[in-house]
Design a protein around this ligand. Structure first.
Ligand SMILES: [Zn+2]
Ligand SMILES: [Zn+2]
Length: 350
């Protein structure tokens, strides 16, 4: 085996290069994965376009990517799972397993978490747009043949959506709306349907995204910039939505959220804002007893996400718009920046 590999390294704003790097050496407790497919996430796009993602600013060149399918090519001594040769999806978030949050079932809030392809650490943690990736054995989830490489790389963003559903308990029979018809918004529609929500609406100013939302199973799609938006919501729901998933990261969407959720309803924040602070109608929380809930990455939803996709109960295939080879990684990132024409862009590393 060669000692070097190719990786898509972000050097600066809109400066992504395919560099040669050393293949990482096996460490205790870890598995070496030959990456086959990597999906481009909103966070990759933010790093690429702005050099930051929310409060995480890029401080040094690093490999992007955290939505990964691959094949295990080596495991450290004593590792029994996964096995060499197994095709796996990688949970990019490595939790320490022993802090108070990890011990109390909220590992996504781990005090010592490391996330692949993320500038949340200094220096940034390298990600999965590289031919080889060294990860903790426990981060690898074997996938059955019906989950191909493309669908495998959709499991991570689907886990984000599924976790958001778990943050509100049961949605069975409840009217919900998802604001923002980007990849995470669309996956939230699919997850909400799988979890039993009735009346699922989407709002997005872009017609193409509303169309896509209807295609993946939304019952209605609204343009939130239309003057009649609130009337349309009232016509559909009477009193407003029980639960709103804010997946756009757009300030007007969150402000409007307080107007389309019914009394006692819940707003779940999934989208990330570029603005660190915004003003909100906070008294609404009080007088209408609204819940405003954050949803960060995912807890223990990976196996469920894999089962839902493998069973055919949810179909994530329509969301994969384009697949480009690693050598065109910069082009793939630029493509993913577009708000129309594509939903999910993936990089093929085979
Ligand atoms: Zn992601
Ligand atoms: Zn921890």
């Amino acid at each position: 085996m060669s000692k070097t590999m190719l990786a898509a390294v972000l050097h600066g704003i809109k400066d992504l290069r395919v560099d040669e790097r050393a293949i990482p050496e096996l460490e205790p407790g870890k598995a070496l994965v030959r990456v086959r497919r990597g999906g481009i996430c909103g966070s990759d796009v933010h790093y690429f376009e702005e050099g930051r993602f929310g409060s995480f600013a890029v401080t040094a060149p690093f490999v992007l990517g955290h939505e990964v399918t691959g094949e295990v090519v080596a495991v450290a001594d004593g590792v029994s799972q996964p096995a060499v040769g197994q095709r796996v999806v990688v949970n990019p978030s490595r939790q320490c397993g022993h802090c108070d949050y990890c011990r109390n079932g909220r590992g996504n809030l781990c005090r010592n978490v490391r996330m692949l392809g993320s500038a949340s650490t200094k220096p940034p943690t390298n990600g999965g747009f590289s031919e080889y990736l060294l990860v903790g054995a426990e981060q690898c989830f074997p996938v059955p043949p019906q989950i191909d490489d493309g669908l495998g790389a959709m499991i991570e963003p689907f886990a984000v959506a599924l976790h958001a559903l778990k943050r509100v308990g049961s949605v069975v029979g409840k009217p919900v709306i998802v604001t923002g018809g980007g990849p995470i918004g669309l996956l939230t529609v699919i997850a909400a349907r799988a979890c039993g929500a009735t009346t699922i609406a989407v709002s997005d100013p872009v017609a193409e995204r509303r169309q896509m939302a209807l295609q993946v199973g939304a019952d209605s799609a609204f343009d939130p910039t239309e003057a009649s938006f609130k009337d349309q919501v009232a016509a559909l729901t009477g009193d407003g939505f029980e639960i709103l998933f804010e997946a756009s990261g757009a300030v007007p969407a969150l402000k409007q959220a307080f107007e389309v959720v019914r009394r006692g309803g819940t707003i779940v924040q999934i989208g990330v804002y570029s603005a660190p602070e915004i003003s909100l109608p906070v008294n609404q929380l009080l007088v209408r007893e609204l819940q405003f809930v954050g949803s960060f990455r995912y807890g223990n939803v990976w196996e469920e996400a894999i089962r839902l996709v493998a069973s055919g109960r949810v179909n994530l295939q329509p969301l994969i718009s384009r697949v480009l080879p690693l050598k065109q990684a910069a082009e793939a990132l630029a493509l993913a920046c577009a708000k129309t024409g594509v939903v999910k862009v993936q990089i093929d590393l085979t």
